[in-house]
Each structure stands twice: as C-alpha cells, then as structure tokens.
Design a protein around this ligand. Structure first.
Ligand code: AMP
Length: 415
C-alpha cells in the first residue's frame, strides 16, 4: 500500500516520525527541519478526514523518563505547523483512552517512546558480558512485542515516516508493523523520497557515477567503499583518510590523522579499484597546518611530504581540480563526508570545490544525493542545499542503505 492510494477518511493513523529535534537549554527548538519534513504525510492524513496519532523518540533517555527529553516541549510547534490543536499523552503506553476518543481531524502526540526500554528492546542495567544477558534480552524482546502491540492497538493504520531510525528494529519503527496487514501499513512521503533517492544511487544508476567519500577515517566507511566499488565509475576518497593512503604508499604524513592499522586495507582498496576499472581519485596535495586550529599557519604541500610537525587539514588546489573534474561530467553523484576540517572556515576549500562541482553537474542534469550529517552541514554552511537533487535526513540509516543492508523499518512494511 502507498500513502497516496490510501484514504484516511474516518480512520485513525499512528505515524512514526523523527521529531528528535535539537533544543536549547530552555527547551526551545533550534532547528525544526525534521518537523517540517514530516508535514506532507501528517497533513494528507488530516486532509483526508483521518485522525492522527504521532509518535517519536527524542534523545537517548535510555528507557527512563527524563523531562529534558519530553516531547511536550515541541507540542506547540507541531500544532502551529498543522494549524490545529494537539493533544498530548504523558505516557505513550497508556494512551488507549485518548486515542479512542480522537475525532476525525484531531491530533494526539505521544510522549517520548524511549522513556520505555521496550522501544529499543535492549535490556537495561545488565552488561553484555553477564551470563544472564541472553535471557534478559529474550525477555525484553517479548516485552517489546507487547509494547508494539499496545501502540498498534491505538490505530487502524500504521505509517512510518522516520527514515533517521529506519536502520533500527525498534518497537515503533519495525515490530509494530507485524500487527497490521499489508493494506494497513505504508511508508510516509518523506520515507518514500529517501527510498527513491537511495534507489537512484544503488539500482537506477545513470553513468558516469561518481561517489565522494570523505570524513575522518577509512575504518568507518569501509563497508560503503566496498559496496560502491562494484557500482561507481569514479571514487573520490578525501578528508582525513587521504593520509592513511599516503602513508600506505610510503609517504610522510607528519601529524595528520592516520590509521596505522589500516595501511593494508588502503593498499587493498587501491588494488581492488584497479581490478574493477574504477577511477580512484586520491588527494595529491593538501593544505597543511602547524596546529589543529582555524588560525594555524598553513602551507600547500604534497600529501606524501608533510613535515613532521604539520598536519593535512584540507585538499590542496591540484587535488581540488582533480575532484571537480571527476564530478562535473557525472550523471549520478553521491557525497558523504567532507574533504577537510570544514568546521574551520580556513579549511573549507576542498569541500567547497566538491559542493560547487556537484551543483554544476546537477544543473547539467545529474542526480546528486548528499547525505550523512557532516556533508549535510557542509552544503548548509555553503547555502547550497537546494541546489543538489536530494539532501538525505538519515545519517546512520542512509549509510547502512548505501552499504547494501536491508533497513528493518522499510522491510517491515515492504516485506
Ligand atoms: P566523519 O564523521 O567520519 O564523516 O568525519 C567528519 C569529520 O571529519 C569532520 O568533523 C571533519 O572535520 C573531519 N575531517 C575531515 N578532514 C579531516 C582532516 N584532514 N583531518 C582531521 N579531520 C578531518
């Protein structure tokens, strides 16, 4: 079932959204992107004449009630965007009466799901090494089913619009779907968009396909790099991992971030790229600094010859051009991870060159997907978010999807 096919008239819909928005110390929302992202789904349900039960997590309360992470703090903002009053259930597991009394067009927001350990389904207060852990886990999984069943009992139909948590098998993101048949569970509009974007990158590829992987370490990106190796024409590896490659190739990288235990892995990636005919683009020159700070002294130097007390913090001009050349002609582009310490204004040039090239390619008809927290922060910092095809809201979920893993939140609905 798709959300467009379903008529919510007279039905109660329970919708999992990601309203895990950042709050300041007074509980005011500092960025409401995630709330706005879910509005098309929520509004469609109300416009059809349905009633709406909204559920989300906020923060990591670890199974305990924590007023600082109460969703009551965002109730008024949700009401403002929906243009209607929002009722609030103080305990998401005891909302039967409130849910039952909802009339068409009415909205109920449930308190933070993660105030209950059953949401995540992990036993609390017991170490994994404890011999009793397995039994505790089994018991918790049973409780998780009960909790999911309770949530399911509030509604006629379940909608999942929380891509950010789709890689977790939690009560509200996956287990709950077992209590609805295929005609009464569906992805929300935001989820549909995310899934479509990932599809464009993984299956519906227009060539050439250029992937840009940056960030700090090879080790955290290796699964994705390996999966992409079978798909891309050009693979740009940049950011902190540049120096693990330079070192593996016999270079001196000074104090640059470098994973000494991943040198063989780096050589293996180079070998695999050759075997598969992938054009691997690595940094050749860098902007090195004599301190990890925005005001450090800098020089442009070969990535292979960084003086002992210096560290590479950004891509150099030759590298930036090589990156841009591999991006501009592409028809499919994926960007995850910055090319330098972009948080420091003086070390944004590499990431900026990538962002500009992606914008140019997109203007020329490429499909470009930017995802993963830091690259999204990058395009936002450069004010270019609306000039790429799609900016994903998912961090971990997007990366797991690109690795080729099945996301429990999506599988639970699509089977
Ligand atoms: P990740 O979370 O692995 O995607 O890494 C993102 C972080 O990598 C950002 O905070 C960047 O500042 C950092 N980063 C990028 N390039 C470098 C570099 N050359 N040295 C140290 N950190 C870097």
């Amino acid at each position: 079932m798709t959300i467009d096919q379903y008529n919510f008239n007279g039905k109660k819909a329970i919708v999992r959204v990601d309203f895990n928005v950042p709050l300041d110390e007074n509980g005011n929302i500092t960025d409401d992107t995630r709330i706005r992202g879910a509005l098309p789904t929520l509004k469609k349900i109300l416009a059809d004449g349905g009633s709406l039960i909204i559920m989300s997590h906020m923060g990591k309360p670890k199974g305990k009630v924590n007023p600082k992470m109460s969703l009551s703090q965002i109730k008024d903002t949700v009401a403002k965007y929906l243009g209607t009053e929002v009722k609030f259930a103080d305990d998401c597991a005891k909302a039967s009466d409130l849910a039952a009394s909802l009339k068409p067009g009415e909205v109920l927001l449930l308190e933070n799901l993660r105030f209950h350990p059953e949401e995540e389904g992990k036993p609390v207060g017991i170490d994994k090494a404890d011999p009793a852990y397995d039994a505790a886990k089994k018991e918790m999984k049973e409780k998780q089913k009960e909790f999911a069943k309770t949530l399911a009992s509030y509604a006629d139909v379940y909608v999942n619009d929380a891509f950010g948590t789709a890689h977790r098998r939690h009560a509200s993101t996956a287990v709950i779907a077992d209590y609805f048949d295929a005609d009464h569970k569906m992805l929300g509009y935001l989820m549909e968009k995310e899934v479509k974007a990932v599809d464009n990158i993984l299956s519906d590829i227009k060539r050439p396909f250029t992937a840009i992987m940056g960030g700090s370490k090879v080790s955290t990106k290796i699964g994705i790099i390996e999966n992409l190796m079978d798909k891309v024409d050009n693979l740009i590896l940049c950011g902190g991992m540049t120096y693990t490659f330079a070192k593996a190739l016999g270079g001196n990288v000074g104090k640059s971030i470098c994973e000494e235990d991943k040198l063989d892995l780096a050589l293996d990636i180079i070998k695999k790229a050759k075997e598969k005919g992938v054009n691997l683009v690595l940094g050749t020159d860098c902007v090195a600094a004599d301190d990890f700070s925005n005001d450090a002294n800098t020089m442009v130097v070969s990535c292979m010859e960084i003086p002992a007390e210096w560290e590479g913090l950004d891509a150099g001009p030759v590298t930036r051009k090589a990156f841009a050349d591999a991006i501009k002609g592409a028809k499919t582009i994926l960007w995850n991870g910055p090319a330098g310490v972009f948080e420091f204004d003086n070390f944004t040039a590499g990431s900026r060159a990538i962002a500009d090239a992606i914008v140019e390619a997109t203007e020329n008809g490429a499909f470009s997907l930017v995802g993963g927290g830091d690259s999204v922060a990058c395009v936002n910092k450069f004010g270019l978010a609306d000039k790429v095809s799609y900016v994903s809201t998912g961090g971990g979920a997007l990366l797991e999807a690109i690795e080729g893993k099945v996301l429990p939140g999506i599988a639970a609905i699509r089977g």
